[in-house]
Design a protein around this ligand. Structure first.
Ligand SMILES: Nc1nc2c(c(=O)[nH]1)N[C@H]1C(S)=C(S)[C@@H](COP(=O)(O)OP(=O)(O)OC[C@H]3O[C@@H](n4cnc5c(=O)[nH]c(N)nc54)[C@H](O)[C@@H]3O)O[C@H]1N2
Ligand SMILES: Nc1nc2c(c(=O)[nH]1)N[C@H]1C(S)=C(S)[C@@H](COP(=O)(O)OP(=O)(O)OC[C@H]3O[C@@H](n4cnc5c(=O)[nH]c(N)nc54)[C@H](O)[C@@H]3O)O[C@H]1N2
Ligand code: SF4
Ligand SMILES: [Mo]
Length: 771
């Protein structure tokens, strides 16, 4: 019998199988994903014919999720953009596109960039992107070194409410982000001689089997449960698959996580269940932290969070006494004004119990090659002067100035766009984002600000999105994974993909950046003739590169070994000394860096800005707590609505309602309802679900209806505003560290859609309110 290695051509990146040429590569984007699973691209007559998971790739071991498995449905779909297109400024919002050549597109971009720079200064150009896709470093690179502007920003994501808040907290506490250990740092994976599965896994505000975020595949958790009986502690207002399998499931009122986490820490401290040897040797701030959480008895937290005090105790004891423990936190902790403190207390659970950097615990993450493939790419390459850097709209936030966010403040950007204060913003470059459908809180405000104040907007995407239709003057088609050479490092391994196909005039992000860069800063971009040279440049800037891009692409990936207990071996600090990468060299439960930046350093519980307790009058009118945007198997944010087998999994926007609340508010399963608060409303269908806690509803985010071609233009933009839960969220509200906006933990009411109350749809209303 032939071995897998033989069948799948171990060590080769390209071979023939009958009529097919087979290419060993990775998916990354487009379409979007945080991860980068090993794929085999089967090409026939120059076209992708099918994809398979690469069984020889230890990261995903041949497995693919439904988004990759349905790739063929979008690869050559009618919805895919084929050519650059322009639209006259006075036709903004209309379906009035004109096909142009890339040369003409570049002429327009060059002329507009130069005009805006000459008239207003380079700072008036902003470049934005959504979450980590294959545009992550390319867009900031173009912004800083091409346009010469410091204003790279996430696409109106209020309060940087994704990953950055948690990342900031973890870095100030222990010098790196914390991920649970499923041996993802070693190529042998589960066969690594020292690896052992976590015995307890805390899953806090995350739905990882569905979301597989930030380089981690959720099914690794299932491996642990199956192979080693890993026990779960889940903190989530809904019964997810993971919660249904949990030893302890705590359902907190959305936005109250800090109270629950502090109470768990308090139990561990009061009952003496902490690892004193570890704390004594490797931590500072224990007494200050213990004092900060001391008033949080389980009873008090349970009252605040609408959960059970005994569950809090059980969870804390399990975490402290059941051996190796790891934590996985989710975006819920980024999406609340109190979230940074919740994250601090949640991370403290594994610190207090000594579950750090040992097998089956939590490992401070480091990038194996020290590549800069994130928001700071190009920031320090000498193109931006100190004066220009000082103009960055950082909302005067000391942590942001200290480099913790790596980008400008979306909240301040919106105000500057609307008011011209401190200076006008005139151009927007958007790649890999669809802000009026998904990322932007208060979507109507984001839409109007862009529509009315921007002179020139470019959108790069693989489909015509609501944002492109609403505000773009130029739309450029982007390549999909197999149509581009790319470099990907989300922790391990470092991967390289080789282009093996093309689609009409779609281009890779790398090619687009070089082409545009040569027009807007020819001097800097003269060093790059090809995408490979550009990719090589990023490798040349890395701290520990191990080979060239071409060499890496020839072997597909590189997986440097990572040891456990690095803090005991001097492997976590730049100077080789023992300990953690913090100012004190220890884990800081009361982080000195927070104090250095003038920020609060110890957790405090504060109610969500709108809640039954903080705004009782509002609660009378809007008697349900609202959480938004839980992840879905089928969709990656606003993507996937036009991929038939994905859409069939989830046909309509859904709001999950507990049966008791459905009865109380007179709605049934399948009813179209309005979800409404004082800022706006959107319509979604009720999914009566006993798994969602009583008093809480959970509404989908990121909806649009690409099939509604006759509603593509204003005011509907593919129906996006009518079902957009971000009609109810808000901008300019964040926590004490400047991060964390309430996308979760709001108030709302729900009522049935009727003909009468649906006469004026949100899209029409937003259009009518405009100029
Ligand atoms: N398929 C798919 N995968 C994705 C994405 C996608 O759109 N689709 N998006 C990617 C991105 S950008 C991100 S940030 C990650 C996010 O990944 P996760 O953090 O896993 O995200 P969610 O499923 O949005 O939220 C997790 C859970 O939080 C619960 N929750 C809601 N409100 C609260 C609260 O106040 N407290 C607590 N404790 N729990 C709460 C929800 O019920 C949900 O089960 O996923 C990434 N992966
Ligand atoms: N209410 C609410 N709102 C939320 C959330 C929530 O939970 N609740 N989650 C928030 C979070 S955590 C995040 S990260 C944001 C995500 O927001 P975004 O990341 O902005 O997601 P999308 O709106 O799907 O926009 C991404 C666009 O990029 C395109 N695209 C995909 N791949 C590529 C590529 O390689 N190149 C280019 N040029 N384009 C590509 C897609 O077609 C899509 O149109 O949404 C946020 N919005
Ligand atoms: S996680 Fe899913 S969508 Fe992402 S690369 Fe892997 S299989 Fe594809
Ligand atoms: Mo995100």
């Amino acid at each position: 019998m032939r071995s897998l290695e033989e069948i799948y051509h171990a060590g080769e990146t390209e071979w023939r199988e009958g009529d097919f040429s087979v290419h060993r590569g990775f998916h990354f984007s487009a379409p979007g994903c945080h991860n980068s699973c090993g794929m085999l691209f089967y090409m026939k007559d120059g076209k992708l014919d099918r994809v398979e998971g690469d069984p020889l790739q230890p990261y995903n071991q041949g497995r693919l999720c439904m988004r990759c498995l349905s790739m063929m449905e979008i690869a050559y779909s009618e919805d895919r953009l084929k050519y650059p297109m322009k639209r006259a400024r006075d036709k903004r919002g209309k379906d009035a596109w004109e096909r142009i050549s890339w040369d003409e597109a570049l002429d327009i971009i060059e002329a507009e960039v130069n005009r805006i720079r000459d008239t207003y200064g380079a700072q008036s150009i902003m470049a934005m992107e959504g979450t980590g896709r294959g545009v992550n470093w390319q867009v900031p690179y173009l912004c800083y070194t091409g346009f010469g502007s410091p204003n790279f920003v996430t696409a109106f994501l209020a309060g940087d409410s994704c990953a950055i808040p948690r990342m900031t907290v973890a870095v100030t506490m222990l010098g790196g982000y914390l991920a649970p250990d499923f041996s993802e740092y070693n190529e042998e994976r589960y066969d690594h001689p020292e690896f052992e599965y976590p015995e307890t896994l805390i899953i806090w505000g995350a739905n990882t089997v569905v979301s597989s975020p930030d380089g981690l595949l959720g099914w690794w958790f299932v491996d642990g449960m199956r192979e080693a009986g890993t026990k779960l502690v889940v903190v989530d207002p809904q019964v997810t698959w993971l919660a249904a399998h949990a030893e302890v499931h705590i359902q907190p009122r959305p936005g109250t996580d800090a109270a629950v986490a502090m109470a768990m820490c308090n139990v561990i401290i009061q009952e003496g269940l902490y690892d004193w040897d570890f704390i004594n040797c490797w931590c500072t701030g224990f007494e200050e932290f213990a004092e900060a959480v001391s008033e949080w008895t389980p009873e008090r937290a349970a009252e605040v969070a609408w959960c059970d005090a005994e569950d809090i105790r059980r969870a804390a004891r399990l975490i402290a006494t059941n051996g190796r423990c790891a934590i996985q936190t989710g975006v819920s902790l980024d999406m609340s004004t109190n979230g940074t403190f919740a994250a601090q207390a949640a991370f403290a659970l594994v610190i207090l119990t000594g579950n750090i950097d040992k097998p089956g615990t939590n490992l401070p993450q480091v990038d194996p090659w020290g590549l800069e493939l994130m928001y700071s790419a190009g920031y320090n390459e000498g193109v931006l002067s100190d004066e220009m850097k000082a103009l960055r709209l950082d909302n005067n936030n000391t942590l942001r100035k200290g480099g913790f966010s790596g980008c400008a403040s979306a909240d301040q950007m919106l105000v500057a766009l609307e008011t011209g204060d401190p200076y006008p913003l005139k151009m927007c470059w958007i790649a890999g984002a669809n802000p009026i459908t998904c990322m932007g809180a208060d979507a109507p405000r984001v839409y109007k600000a862009m529509r009315d104040n921007l002179d020139f907007t470019v959108v790069i995407d693989y489909v015509m999105t609501p944002t492109a239709m609403a505000v773009a003057d130029l739309v450029l088609p982007c390549a999909m994974s197999w149509e581009r050479n790319f470099l990907r490092s989300i922790f391990t391994p470092v991967r390289a993909n080789k282009k093996c196909g093309s689609y009409y005039e779609a281009k890779s992000e790398e090619d687009i950046v070089i082409m545009v860069g040569k027009r807007v800063n020819p001097e800097h971009f003269a060093q790059f003739e090809t995408d490979i040279e550009f990719l090589q440049h990023q490798i040349d800037l890395a701290l520990n590169p191990r080979m060239s891009f071409v060499e890496l692409a020839d072997q597909s990936y590189d997986w440097p070994k990572q040891e456990y207990r690095r803090y005991e071996k001097g492997l976590l600090r730049g100077d080789g000394s023992l300990g953690f990468n913090t100012p004190s060299g220890r884990i800081e439960l009361d982080p000195s860096m927070m104090k250095m930046f003038g920020m609060p350093s110890l957790p405090v519980y504060e109610e969500p800005v709108e809640s039954p307790i903080s705004t009782p009058d509002l609660f009378e009118k809007y008697p349900l707590v609202l959480t938004t945007g839980g992840r879905d198997w089928a969709f990656f944010h606003s993507e996937g609505r036009n991929t038939p087998s994905l859409r069939n999994m989830h046909v309509d926007p859904l709001v999950k309602v507990n049966p008791a609340d459905a009865k109380k508010f007179g709605v049934k399963d399948g009813d179209w309802v309005w979800v409404e608060n004082q800022r706006g409303r959107c319509r979604q269908r009720v999914l009566v679900n006993p798994g969602i806690m009583e008093g809480v509803v959970m509404a989908d985010h990121a909806w649009w209806f690409p099939e509604r071609k006759d509603e593509a233009a204003a005011p509907s933009f593919f129906g996006t505003f009518d079902s957009n839960v971000n009609n109810l969220t808000q901008q300019g509200v964040y926590g004490p560290h400047g991060f964390g906006s309430p996308y979760r933990g709001l108030l709302c009411r729900i009522y049935k859609c009727t003909e009468e109350n649906s006469r004026m749809l949100p899209s029409e209303q937003i259009a009518a309110e405009g100029r």
